[in-house]
Design a protein around this ligand. Structure first.
Ligand code: ADP
Ligand code: ZN
Ligand code: ZN
Length: 681
């Protein structure tokens, strides 16, 4: 007997053959089965999908081809997994094949069935479980949160101050689950790969190495396959990972934790531009699993959902060990000496803390030495020849580097335009700040009489493998007195001896055209403040300094009181009046071409073709505009904003518009893509 199978294969993003293809098979293979099938002249990995053969898009008149073989020994992917992928492809306007195959470990695509079988035999032998350490006794707030999670289903928003012990709640929640049900599995996500090692350490300490696997892009392909198989077969009870882990195949999934749920890194920025946080909530519903979103500064979307009661809000206001949150001090830069980078009282405060053996953290969101190099004579600036952006001056290796396309050159000795030898850095990045601060603190001493040590941590300083862990260890060991860094240093790290945090140049976000800029700034500052005073003994004296030209801004008033709810209420009111998310729904269409005209013409043609459709769905199409960094690596970029009053209406519109857009392509258009629920407009 011959069976007709619906098989999802890797198809391009906007291919007209978006659904599964039809194949012949001698065996009846269950939906979810992984198999290899011929596609054109290649043999590719595919997944047996649900649905009637009649509903398939036929391979344009070609007779159905036979499958090459199933990947034996690997059980089928669950219905819930397939539903997640189906939803993701439809919602984010990509092909099913693209999403399904990208959600699987890359090595699965390249292996023959025999190789997979061999590998399965080897990973069968799991590590020993080890002896788990014992859990500390929960505080009253932690215990109340845990009880609420145990007693209810659905999605929870764990709104807990930095250092309130959210991670311990995750640990004990997982612990209870695994103890109750020998099949149960838990998925724990963190926004950044840098945060996985320390989280993994805490989970391995508690549960033993055999129970825990990691999933993130820093793993080698064989490691990723190994983790994936362990989760898929149920041998690994806990999966820790970054956004990609939301697609982990976990037959016993009962709990999904999304730590720092507000973090923009949960949004994938290429291919299917999914939000792993939003998919986690959806997946929870599909699987009947609990979803726990944790943050000290929730996204306004999640906060709004908790106000409406769609998410159950759990609050933990106090820090562990009675540590207080640091006092926020605003420094009015209008009153400081002209051209001062650091207000003198701030320098004094840093010096005093170093003298007491305490650490300070200075935060500036710009790496490199100076954002631009300029000729004092003719006005030449270090523009990137390939991008509409300046190249950043990196003094350490005397290069000009473009942070958009990577184009790097040695710093010229003379101005390339007029030959003047006097070219100077303008503005400052972390590298220059580190240098400047070391000069200001040249006379300062530690309690042991040694000079104060200033160090820097940013994407440049941690480029080498292991560098970040080493630098963190130095901070923990007290070898560093003052740490200068980008937002990398504000996230998650549990620094025990930092009692002063200072934010420089925070103002630009106050006047940004991006309506999410204040939300991001508030989260960043409150998270940064959270790095100070973690040690109860020093907490009372810990401080967060913010240098600003606008000390009267309401955002800072809320920050001083650590009053996230007041800030959120004010922002949500503004958003509601303007019909912005979460009260309205958005998508961006992005286009890339050799010329800006071509990119915009494509968007305008797509818009013209959709006028009736947009009216029918109550959707607003805005004009095509250049992206904020208009040209990157000699490619011109444009975008068009689409707004709808309801999610389903916007979804229906996008699904019908997509083929019209595809048909509007003209010569010279390189790429186009839809970004649903974009984070940066
Ligand atoms: P958060 O994730 O909310 O920032 P953490 O979970 O990292 O906070 O907890 C902060 C610190 O307090 C950690 O060092 C953690 O080990 C410790 N801690 C958490 N809960 C408890 C508890 N119930 N008893 C003692 N120490 C705790
Ligand atoms: Zn010049
Ligand atoms: Zn460039």
């Amino acid at each position: 007997m011959v069976h007709r199978l619906a098989v999802v294969v890797p198809t391009p993003a906007h291919s007209s053959v978006a659904g599964p293809l039809s194949y012949r098979s001698e065996l009846a293979l269950a939906p979810g089965t992984l198999l290899r099938v011929p596609l054109g002249r290649r043999e590719v990995l595919g997944v047996v999908w649900d649905g009637e053969a009649a509903a398939l898009s036929p391979d344009a008149g070609v007779a159905e081809r036979p499958v090459a073989g199933a990947l034996e020994g690997i059980g089928p992917l669950s219905r819930q997994w397939r539903d997640l992928v189906t939803f993701c492809a439809a919602y984010y306007q990509r092909s099913l094949g693209e999403v399904a195959l990208a959600a699987l470990p890359p090595q699965l695509r390249d292996l023959t069935t025999a190789q997979v079988a061999r590998r399965l035999k080897r990973s069968a032998a799991t590590d020993s479980a080890g002896t788990p350490d014992t859990a500390p006794e929960l505080t009253g707030e932690q215990a109340a949160a845990l009880r609420a999670i145990d007693a209810n289903d659905g999605t929870f928003l764990l709104y807990g101050a930095t250092g309130s012990g959210k991670t311990e709640v995750y640990l004990q929640c997982v612990q209870g689950l695994l103890a109750r049900d020998p099949q149960a599995q838990a998925l724990v996500m963190v926004p950044e790969i840098n945060l996985t090692p320390q989280l993994q350490e805490r989970f391995v300490e508690r549960f033993g190495a055999g129970q825990v696997v990691a999933m993130h892009s820093g793993l080698t392909n064989p490691q990723r396959l190994k983790s994936w198989l362990a989760a898929h077969q149920g041998a690994a009870r806990i999966v820790l990972g970054t956004r990609m882990a939301v697609f982990a195949s976990m037959p016993g999934l009962q709990l999904i934790v999304v730590d720092e749920e507000h973090d923009p890194s949960y949004k994938q920025q290429e291919g299917a531009r999914y939000s792993a946080r939003d998919l986690a909530v959806l997946r929870g519903r599909l699987e009947g699993a609990k979803v726990l979103l944790g943050s000290a500064t929730p996204s306004l979307e999640s906060w709004h959902a908790s106000e409406q009661g769609r998410y159950r809000r759990l609050e933990m206001a106090s820090r562990i060990g009675a540590g207080a949150l640091p006092a926020v001090r605003l420094v009015d830069m209008n009153l400081q000496p002209k051209h001062a980078v650091f207000a003198p009282p701030l320098v004094d405060a840093i010096r005093q803390r170093a003298a007491r053996g305490e650490q300070s953290l200075i935060f500036l969101n710009r790496r490199g030495y100076a954002p631009v190099l300029s000729c004092t004579d003719c006005g030449w600036k270090s523009e990137c020849p390939h991008c509409s952006a300046f190249r950043v001056f990196h003094k350490i290796d005397r290069t000009l580097r473009c942070h958009h396309c990577g184009f790097t050159e040695r710093v010229p000795r003379h101005c390339p335009a007029c030959g003047n030898a006097d070219i100077a850095p303008v503005g400052r990045g972390t590298e220059r700040l580190e240098e400047h601060l070391a000069e200001l603190l040249a006379e300062a001493v530690r309690p042991d009489g040694q000079p104060v040590r200033v160090a820097r941590m940013d994407a440049d300083s941690v480029r080498l493998k292991g560098a970040l862990q080493e630098q963190l260890a130095q901070v923990h060991a007290g070898a560093v007195d003052v740490l200068v860094g980008t937002q990398m240093v504000t996230k998650g790290h549990d620094f025990r001896r930092i009692t002063l945090v200072a934010a420089l140049q925070a103002d630009s976000a106050l006047f940004s055209s991006d309506f999410r800029a204040p939300e991001r700034l508030f989260a960043l500052l409150l998270q940064a403040a959270g790095r100070a005073g973690r040690d109860a003994a020093q907490a009372a004296a810990s401080e967060m300094w913010v240098q600003t030209w606008n000390p009267g801004h309401p955002l800072f008033a809320a920050l001083r009181r650590h009053d996230y709810p007041a800030f959120a209420a004010q922002q949500l009111k503004e958003r509601e009046q303007a019909g912005m998310p979460p009260f309205g729904f958005q998508a961006l269409v992005r286009a890339e071409a050799r010329t800006q005209e071509t990119a915009q013409a494509f968007l305008q043609a797509g818009s013209a073709a959709a006028q009736d459709l947009a009216a029918a769905h109550g959707v607003t199409l805005y004009s095509a505009v250049p992206m904020s960094v208009q040209r990157v690596a000699n490619v011109e970029r444009a975008q068009m904003l689409v707004e709808g009053a309801s999610r389903p209406a916007l979804q229906r519109f996008l699904a019908q518009w997509r083929p019209l857009l595809q048909a509007s392509r003209e010569r010279g258009l390189l790429r186009w893509a839809i970004d649903v629920d974009p984070l940066a407009i």
